[in-house]
Design a protein around this ligand. Structure first.
Ligand code: GAR
Length: 207
């Protein structure tokens, strides 16, 4: 697929960036329908920014703290950078700021999020602890379109893992994270191409 036929994607993150890494790897495939043109973070110390720079992707911090608590002004600055970079689709990948209606509406239908649970179960934080406390036998991750309500919005794909009797939040998180790295590129592809579900080695992935 030529560069111009690919959708220009931005990734928003707040930390480590392992999902960014999986999206970068997917975009290395010439047939993948997206390329990452910008990585943005609300934290200048986010490791994901270095990861992007090392991959030759423009990376920018727009620190929310410098906006004195004005969420919408912060988002306007983000939105301006997204538009300046020609972004067509936004992937939230560990972006830990609650969005205002401004950014949600500006990117309606064009903003995806990955969440570490099988939504609608366990929206919000501490999903792995809560899954263990609830005694669920299946846990996992979800890629969905972003709407105004947090961790709601149409589901594009999910991947599940079995919960082991001796799981801790950490062991469960690590197993879910491996599925996140498989799921996000598949779900983004599905969103951009409306392709048929992709057969995967992980039969529990549904996109
Ligand atoms: C991921 O587990 C992602 O699902 C989660 O943050 C982590 C980011 O990891 N996102 C949320 O909790 C959003 N509510 P990463 O920086 O290594 O991709």
């Amino acid at each position: 697929m030529s560069g111009s036929a690919r959708t220009s994607v931005a990734v928003l993150l707040s930390g480590r960036g392992s999902n960014l890494a999986s999206l970068i790897a997917a975009c290395d495939d010439a047939d993948y329908p997206a390329h990452i043109v910008l990585v943005l973070s609300n934290r200048a110390d986010a490791a994901g920014l270095d990861l992007a720079r090392n991959a030759g992707i423009p990376a920018l911090a727009i620190e929310h703290r410098t906006f004195g608590g004005n969420r919408e002004t912060h988002e306007q600055a983000i939105d301006a950078e997204l538009r300046a970079a020609g972004v067509e689709c936004v992937c939230l990948a560990g972006y830990m700021r609650r969005l205002t209606p401004f950014l949600v509406e500006a990117w309606h239908g064009r903003m995806l999020n990955i969440h570490p649970s099988l939504l609608p179960a366990f929206p919000g934080l501490h999903t792995h602890e809560r899954a263990l406390q609830a005694g669920v036998k299946l846990h996992g991750c979800t890629v969905h379109l972003v709407t105004e309500a947090v961790d709601e919005g149409p589901i594009i794909g999910q991947a599940a893992v079995a919960v082991a009797p001796d799981d801790t939040p950490e062991t469960l998180a690590a197993r879910v994270l491996r599925q996140e790295h498989l799921l996000y590129p598949l779900a983004l592809r599905r969103h951009l191409t409306n392709a048929a579900p992709v057969a995967s080695e992980a039969t529990l992935i549904a996109v």
